[in-house]
Write a protein that binds this ligand. Structure first.
Ligand SMILES: [Zn+2]
Ligand SMILES: [Zn+2]
Length: 181
């Protein structure tokens, strides 16, 4: 493990949330889709299942996406802003069979607030350890998904949406075409 467990979870969850907003379509079209997303991502705690909650989660996405495009100083400004707005107060807690980890807002804080703070805390770890280069954008042409490279050799280039396979197929066809000509 490169980073603390909660940091890695926060990074992966942030990228997944950012990637629900893509040129291919809206990944969180309604309240039910948000419910399915947070279940898949392992979110527990307060979940209102309202349009307002859905809206606030959607509104968080462009702010988080910006982190993947920004330089260090801008990332720091975003992270500090998210923590300040949420009134973040880091506390070690234990719940659901997980070992002690940091929460910076209460478990009954609104979902979008908890998502924002979890992302900000994880990004703060990356800044402090000089590892912002782990934040990548998918190398597949026309894919606007983001990813977090948690591999030991920093080799990850493609997002989780199948771009790695697509790139392998394209490369294979190109080799075959070259061999046949
Ligand atoms: Zn927790
Ligand atoms: Zn991709």
């Amino acid at each position: 493990m490169l980073f603390a467990h909660d940091t890695e979870c926060g990074l992966i969850a942030s990228a997944a949330l950012v990637n629900t907003e893509s040129a291919q379509g809206e990944g969180l079209p309604d309240v039910a889709a948000l419910g399915a997303f947070i279940t898949a991502q392992g979110w527990t705690g307060r979940h209102e299942q309202t349009e307002a909650e859905l809206r606030s989660v959607r509104e968080l996405r462009p702010r988080l996406r910006r982190i993947w495009y920004a330089d260090t100083d801008e990332i720091v400004a975003i992270v500090n802003g998210l923590l300040r707005e949420a009134g973040a107060l880091p506390q070690l807690i234990r719940h659901d069979d997980e070992p002690y980890h940091l929460h910076a807002v209460p478990r009954d804080a609104p979902l979008a607030t908890r998502m924002a703070v979890e992302a900000a805390m994880a990004m703060a770890d990356l800044v402090r350890s000089g590892e912002l280069s782990r934040l990548r954008r998918c190398a597949y042409p026309d894919c606007d998904n983001v990813l977090v490279d948690l591999s030991k050799n920093r080799s990850r280039r493609f997002c989780d949406a199948g771009c790695g396979n697509r790139a392998a197929v394209t490369a294979y066809r190109a080799r075959k075409a070259a061999a046949g000509s």
